[in-house]
Design a protein around this ligand. Structure first.
Ligand SMILES: Nc1ncnc2c1ncn2[C@@H]1O[C@H](COP(=O)(O)OP(=O)(O)OP(=O)(O)O)[C@@H](O)[C@H]1O
Ligand SMILES: [Mg+2]
Length: 260
């Protein structure tokens, strides 16, 4: 899970040269103002979301050749977390507002690709969020990202964590290839976890219905039920158990990362 506030700090670090060093060298001043509130986690890719925030900050800097202020605000609203990047720059003319999210649209000449906002839009869209723009010509522009809060059981927060060495997870591994299955269970058992292995999705679901698991690994491409179908079923039975989809040797995290 991702903490948006942390990504804001990262993005500000990444762009420090532009808003601080370069600006100072040009004799202008760009002030950064942060209004970050404590946020629930969101599900998704930290690196992708960090890239979006970095893009928005860079656009804000470009829009203020005379200097100005960038305000970054985060807050929770209903089942969403929102992030606003607001500048006091040149603004976007009404006639262009529909086109700024188009790939290759740029007003900055050949050195710019015009991909920043279209890529950002795609990333936010894939995270089931929205990216919106408000702008007043000559006054400034605000981009607002909204992202759904990750589902997480409320009681989980209250549980006192056990000391690490005693923390044992009960893990279900669904994998049709025997070799992969053996390696997986060997690694997990070595980590002190209790592991149950089955060779197909149907058996996996049966096992899952019978007892409680903390975590499920499932292969993506299996004869019979695919990993996606297995994950869907398991989520329907108990949405709190993280399901990790494994394809070949590439492990893709789904919804939640494994804690430790
Ligand atoms: N904060 C902003 N203020 C004013 N105009 C903006 C702002 N953000 C984006 N724009 C306008 O939208 C256009 C597209 O932005 P986008 O980030 O997609 O591409 P770019 O910044 O031109 O190039 P790249 O991001 O690839 O370097 C910009 O060229 C600019 O005209
Ligand atoms: Mg850009």
């Amino acid at each position: 899970s991702v903490d948006l506030n942390e990504l804001v700090e990262n993005a500000l670090d990444f762009t420090r040269i532009q808003w601080k060093d370069d600006a100072e060298a040009k004799g202008i001043n760009i002030k950064i103002q942060k209004e970050l509130s404590i946020l629930p986690f969101i599900a998704g890719s930290a690196s992708e979301l960090r890239e979006v925030i970095t893009n928005l900050i860079n656009n804000a800097i470009d829009a203020m050749p005379q200097g100005g202020q960038i305000k970054i605000k985060t807050f929770k609203k209903d089942s969403y977390v929102a992030l606003i990047v607001e500048d006091t720059g040149v603004g976007i003319p009404k006639a262009l507002r529909d086109r700024i999210f188009d790939p290759f649209f740029t007003t900055k000449g050949v050195q710019s690709t015009g991909l920043g906002l279209s890529v950002s839009y795609g990333i936010i869209n894939r995270h089931r969020g929205t990216l919106k723009v408000d702008s007043v010509e000559g006054k400034g522009t605000a981009f607002t990202i909204s992202l759904p809060i990750a589902e997480k059981p409320a009681e989980e927060e209250k549980v006192t964590p056990m000391p690490k060495e005693h923390r044992k997870a009960c893990i279900l591994v669904i994998e049709d290839e025997e070799q992969v299955r053996d390696i997986f269970s060997a690694i997990l058992e070595k980590g002190g976890h209790e592991v149950e292995v089955v060779s197909d999705g149907r058996r996996g679901i049966e096992k899952f219905e019978k007892r409680e698991f903390d975590l499920v690994f499932t292969d993506l491409g299996m004869p019979g039920m695919s990993g996606w179908q297995v994950a869907e079923k398991i989520k329907a039975i108990n949405g709190r158990v993280p399901v990790i989809l494994v394809s070949g040797w590439n492990i893709e995290m789904k919804e939640q990362e494994i804690k430790d």
